[in-house]
Design a protein around this ligand. Structure first.
Ligand SMILES: *[C@@H]1O[C@H](CO)[C@@H](O)[C@H](O)[C@H]1NC(C)=O
Ligand SMILES: *[C@@H]1O[C@H](CO)[C@@H](O)[C@H](O)[C@H]1NC(C)=O
Ligand SMILES: *[C@@H]1O[C@H](CO)[C@@H](O)[C@H](O)[C@H]1NC(C)=O
Ligand SMILES: *[C@@H]1O[C@H](CO)[C@@H](O)[C@H](O)[C@H]1NC(C)=O
Ligand SMILES: *[C@@H]1O[C@H](CO)[C@@H](O)[C@H](O)[C@H]1NC(C)=O
Ligand SMILES: *[C@@H]1O[C@H](CO)[C@@H](O)[C@H](O)[C@H]1NC(C)=O
Ligand SMILES: *[C@@H]1O[C@H](CO)[C@@H](O)[C@H](O)[C@H]1NC(C)=O
Length: 259
């Protein structure tokens, strides 16, 4: 028994040594001058995300296209989704591949009027199972009586409403009777379904979660141990390899390794 425990201990020692050496190895490789970790406020930015540099003209980066982040005033991390809509990045979790976003329009507002649906386009992002959608209907000219409405978004006799998507009052065509409809994601766990009207502002400020997956055009490079990038000047795909070389799509065939 105790011999077994000792064996397991040795195994862990060797394993940690291996990872430590590997860590030193990769850390000192030229890769990290091309794919450096950055910081913005309390958000760590690393592959497949990257920090946009507005001041330099050589536009190449290590990371996924569309995953470039901007650092506002050295403290707020911002992601622009394909339609150009901007979201604050509240957190990035590299161990479970998630990021938490808050709509600019919903940040620290007591009565936010959201303007756009969350549009992920072709980005390798997916809504998390932690999310729930809310449907907003703004400036409704006709409405059923007795349905609670958002008082702070009223305008003359027009009213605005919010529902869990798919749970709108039955038998009434909201889209038909309202000026605008916007669907946003929130975290299921923070939602108080019984009192959306008074809670939605706070709940939206908590943000929603997206999962990222491997970018399609990246798998060859990543499978070969590389990191995807792009040269915006030359408009060409880049694959950054651990030996410091930059290839056009794969690191296969390289000689060096961490041993
Ligand atoms: C942007 O590029 C310039 C010039 O290469 C560099 O001095 C600066 O540190 C970079 N800024 C960021 C945020 O990477
Ligand atoms: C929202 O308010 C909190 C608390 O005052 C503050 O820390 C945070 O920076 C604000 N966020 C934005 C995006 O202004
Ligand atoms: C929320 O809406 C998006 C976009 O229409 C959809 O892809 C997603 O599955 C919806 N989420 C839920 C929980 O219904
Ligand atoms: C309702 O319409 C009025 C007049 O066009 C506009 O000023 C107001 O912002 C709208 N309200 C909402 C919540 O969209
Ligand atoms: C749907 O709405 C009803 C009342 O309108 C509410 O009692 C119920 O909890 C809602 N369900 C969901 C899943 O939001
Ligand atoms: C948001 O998406 C809904 C469908 O889910 C659509 O009916 C609505 O027009 C969209 N709103 C905007 C502002 O694009
Ligand atoms: C990007 O392309 C430009 C123009 O072809 C070239 O000068 C530059 O060295 C390239 N940068 C990288 C990192 O490949």
């Amino acid at each position: 028994m105790s011999q077994q425990v000792q064996l397991v201990n040795y195994y862990f020692l060797i394993l940690s040594l291996f990872f430590f050496i590997n860590y030193l190895g990769t850390n000192s490789s030229p890769l990290f001058s091309t794919c450096p970790w950055r910081n913005c406020g309390n958000v760590n930015i690393g592959y497949p995300f990257w920090l946009r540099n507005e001041t330099t003209s050589d536009q190449h980066y290590c990371g996924y296209r569309g995953f470039g982040l901007t650092c506002l005033n050295d403290e707020k991390t911002v992601l622009a989704l394909p339609a150009g809509d901007r979201y604050y990045v509240k957190a990035i979790d590299y161990s479970d591949y998630t990021l938490t976003l808050v709509d600019f329009d919903a940040t620290n507002q007591s009565c936010p009027r959201v303007r756009h649906n969350v549009t992920l386009g072709e980005l390798p992002l997916k809504f998390s199972l932690l999310d729930l959608n809310l449907s907003f209907y703004f400036n409704c000219t006709t409405y059923p009586p007795l349905v609670p409405y958002i008082e702070c978004l009223g305008f003359d006799a027009r009213r605005s409403y919010v529902f869990v998507e798919g749970n709108e009052t039955e038998g009434f065509d909201w889209s038909e009777n309202c000026e605008d409809k916007v669907v946003v994601a929130v975290m299921n766990a923070v939602i108080n379904i019984g009192n959306l009207i008074s809670g939605f502002a706070r709940e939206m400020n908590d943000g929603f979660v997206l999962d990222w997956v491997r970018a399609k055009d990246c798998s060859t490079c990543e499978n070969s141990g590389g990191y995807c990038g792009y040269n915006d000047t030359a408009k060409e795909f880049l694959c950054f390899c651990n030996d410091g070389s930059t290839r056009s799509n794969s690191c296969k065939g390289m000689l060096s390794s961490s041993f």
